[in-house]
Design a protein around this ligand. Structure first.
Ligand SMILES: *Cc1c(COP(=O)(O)O)cnc(C)c1O
Length: 409
């Protein structure tokens, strides 16, 4: 029996000779795209992840997509029909969100350094602005007088606790994100004196967590904190965004997040919120979890060379397109994303290689000393788990190679 060393690939079938996506062989798809390298995203996997969550989530809870994870317009358009709202963090993402047809009432805008233009756009578009500092609140107040539109304001809170063992901590302690929880009552009073009302609250403690208990614990702390603020609000809260942080497995020994430990807890919390804030919509905000497993980065082997006994596969794309898989996006210890020779999945012959990109820097490595299907120049290589923080977080202009394509299948 063939041992699949990459147990993380749950949604693609690796038992065919050549990788097939939605009934098409990878060769056919690469002709259709026209050139390598490229990213492909399988919309049926995205739909499956959304369905999976919706089948478990209480009707009280809305599911939002954080566009930061993958802003490809066609993908966002697809998601606009199956999720309840979008979260954006720049004017560019706001445009993609509005273009998709998502109602502006279902869009929220967070981010620590919003410019005057971005704030004006958000006020005029009537999206919810999650305010990240007292200064930003005053700027919104001034701009809204000029634009003559009542701003929709949420407060992003930097809680006094953090999400332990998350891939990225975005709350707790001193942070550029959100307003320190202890300053919230004072800010609410200031807003009252300006005649501004608060429509929503936003907490985002962390990202990329696979630990259900820690996510549940963080959600409990978030809700307790929000309930403690109840006495300060003069008008009913309409939106309570409790963040997300659901991770996906990338590396050996990582297990997928157990939704059956996270979601029942969340459903229970949503009852608590409803009892205290009957008009509030509760929002779960996810990026990576919805799209990360739908994507594959495909590139072609340009050269195969042996240097002092070690074999290198040199691809036609690398960290310029996929910084995360090269280990240079916030990874402390270099680990390998799941990777296969897409056209030789059943090959019994294996060889030990390092897989590198075409850039003149030792940082441009996808995998070091791995065992992979024996291959030749011209074969296609697939890097899995690449649907989130792929092209969007990569330095595409580094080394000035041609821009690459993305396809939604
Ligand atoms: C980055 C970010 C997200 C998305 O995080 P994922 O790990 O992709 O789910 C959601 N909300 C905010 C405020 C973010 O900064």
């Amino acid at each position: 029996m063939r041992v699949n060393i990459h147990m993380k690939i749950k949604y693609f079938n690796l038992s065919t000779e050549k990788l097939e996506i939605r009934g098409k062989s990878i060769d056919n798809i690469s002709y259709q795209v026209g050139s390598t390298p490229f990213y492909l995203y399988d919309r049926s996997i995205i739909a499956h992840k959304v369905d999976l969550l919706k089948s478990k989530l209480s009707k009280n809870i809305s599911l939002h997509y954080a566009i930061k994870a993958n802003p490809m317009p066609a993908l966002v358009c697809f998601l606009s029909r199956i999720v309840d709202g979008f979260d954006v963090a720049s004017s560019g993402e706001l445009k993609v969100a509005l273009d998709s047809g998502m109602s502006s009432s279902k869009i929220s805008f967070a981010g620590p350094g919003k410019t005057q233009e971005e704030l004006s756009q958000a006020i005029a578009a009537e999206v919810l602005i999650n305010v990240e500092s007292p200064n930003e609140m005053y700027r919104i107040f001034e701009l809204s007088k000029k634009i003559n539109v009542r701003p929709r304001i949420g407060l992003r809170i930097n809680p006094h606790f953090e999400m332990k063992s998350s891939g990225m901590k975005m709350g707790g302690g001193a942070k550029p994100f959100g307003i320190d929880s202890e300053s919230i009552p004072e800010l609410i009073n200031k807003m009252d004196s300006l005649g501004l009302s608060i429509e929503g609250l936003h907490l985002y403690p962390g990202s990329q967590s696979l630990n259900a208990e820690i996510i549940a614990q963080t959600q409990n702390q978030s809700i307790d904190f929000i309930l403690g603020l109840k006495k300060y609000f003069k008008s009913p809260l309409k939106i309570i965004n409790i963040g997300g942080g659901f991770g996906i497995p990338y590396f050996e020994n990582e297990e997928e997040l157990n939704l059956d430990l996270v979601i029942p807890n969340l459903n229970h919390l949503s009852e608590k919120i409803k009892n205290n804030f009957p008009e509030a919509e509760i929002v779960l905000e996810l990026g990576r979890y919805l799209v990360g497993e739908s994507g594959i980065y495909i590139s072609r082997i340009i050269d195969k060379k042996i240097s002092r006994g070690k074999t290198f596969l040199i691809l036609d794309g690398g960290m310029n397109h996929h910084l995360a898989a090269s280990g240079n996006l916030g990874q402390v210890i270099k680990k390998n994303f799941p990777i296969h020779i897409a056209s030789r999945l059943q090959s019994k012959d294996k060889e030990r290689v390092s897989v590198v990109g075409p850039l003149c820097t030792p940082l441009d490595q996808f995998a070091t000393d791995i065992e992979i299907e024996t291959c030749e120049v011209g074969d296609l290589v697939a890097v899995f788990q690449s649907g989130a923080y792929g092209l969007t977080s990569s330095p595409q202009d580094f080394l000035s190679h041609a821009r690459i394509k993305e396809v939604l299948l």
